[in-house]
Design a protein around this ligand. Structure first.
Ligand SMILES: NC(=O)c1ccc[n+]([C@@H]2O[C@H](COP(=O)([O-])OP(=O)(O)OC[C@H]3O[C@@H](n4cnc5c(N)ncnc54)[C@H](OP(=O)(O)O)[C@@H]3O)[C@@H](O)[C@H]2O)c1
Length: 292
């Protein structure tokens, strides 16, 4: 897949949440299997383990790897958070030249996200990262961002699987040439999907697993799925997608939509009383950490 600024990304990446120490051995094994894109965040508390894993990878391959991290602490400036994340992943980086490749704003933080988006734009325009984007921006927030931004996000990362497809949001991203990255693409192994007769039957036709069908469906529709697994059988399976789905099969999977969100709803996450908790938390952090 190619972002609108020309950055080329693999068709599939890997999530890293909720893994920590296990990433040190998992990452080199995944790179060996062909993974080149890893998703993390400062609030996953695993960036340094991802970095330790990457440092075990052959130097030539390290340059092919793309690290995508997120801005999750709106009490801090984007620049300060970005530098901290870069240092966590690449502590011995070659004189500061190796940094996080793609930086995403994790949520549309109430009252703050516009100011912080300007800082994201500055980060990108200064050449500090190769792409910027957002996560969890729904239709309304995307429209707001599109009418406000000077640099359009290159990526929107949000929950997307057959039972929760967000078609309207997908269409906005398609119209604007914004790459969609699907998180929780396997709906966290939800039985509703894994026992679904349509998915089982398509999997049977191709002699593949339901996970492989779901991931291939995402890719066929132009999205980059980032499944997470620490099980090498699954890790291998998820990247072994050497088959094609036909238009009828894709239509059958599209028909499985049932509004089954499994992660936070961005609108509710920051609604009262969550909004109060969010502000209290940020106030607390402001007092206890030196905001840079
Ligand atoms: N931006 C955001 O707000 C946001 C939110 C949530 C997630 N994310 C990102 O998206 C990544 C993935 O999302 P997720 O972890 O929520 O959900 P997911 O990838 O849909 O589900 C992960 C679960 O699926 C299982 N699994 C993976 N491959 C499998 C396979 N081939 N067969 C059977 N089970 C399989 C894993 O268990 P095993 O270990 O047993 O394989 C794990 O329990 C995260 O790691 C994170 O990087 C971003």
């Amino acid at each position: 897949m190619v972002l609108y600024n020309g950055l080329r990304l693999p068709d599939i990446g890997s999530g890293t949440y909720p893994y920590k120490e296990e990433l040190v051995s998992l990452i080199p094994a995944m790179v060996d299997k062909g993974y080149r894109l890893f998703d993390t965040s400062d609030n996953y508390h695993n960036e340094r383990f991802l970095g330790r894993g990457l440092s075990c990878v052959d130097l030539k391959l390290q340059n092919e790897i793309i690290v995508m991290s997120k801005y999750s602490r709106p009490q801090k400036s984007v620049r300060a958070s970005f530098e901290e994340s870069s240092e966590s992943v690449f502590p011995d980086n070659l004189k500061g030249t190796r940094r996080i490749d793609i930086y995403l704003m994790h949520w549309p933080y109430p009252h703050l996200w516009k100011r912080r988006w300007r800082e994201m734009e500055e980060l990108y325009l200064a050449g500090s990262c190769k792409a910027i984007g957002v996560c969890n921006f729904n239709e309304r927030k995307m429209q707001e961002l599109l009418s406000f931004c000077r640099v359009k996000p290159m990526i929107n990362q949000f929950e997307c699987h057959p039972a929760f497809q967000q078609r309207e949001l997908l269409q906005i991203c398609r119209d604007e040439n914004i790459q969609v990255v699907s998180y929780s693409p396997l709906a966290r192994k939800c039985r509703d999907l894994f026992d679904n007769e349509i998915l089982l039957s398509i999997a049977g036709t191709h002699n593949k697993t339901v996970s492989q069908i779901i991931l291939k469906w995402n890719i066929s529709e132009g999205r980059i799925p980032i499944p997470a697994s620490s099980n090498m059988v699954h890790v291998t399976e998820n990247i072994g997608l050497d088959f094609d789905l036909d238009a009828d099969e894709i239509a059958m999977i599209n028909s499985l939509e049932k509004g089954m969100r499994i992660r936070f709803d961005p609108d509710k996450r920051f609604a009262f009383p969550y909004r109060m908790a969010f502000f209290a938390y940020n106030l607390f952090l402001n007092v206890t950490t030196k905001a840079k």
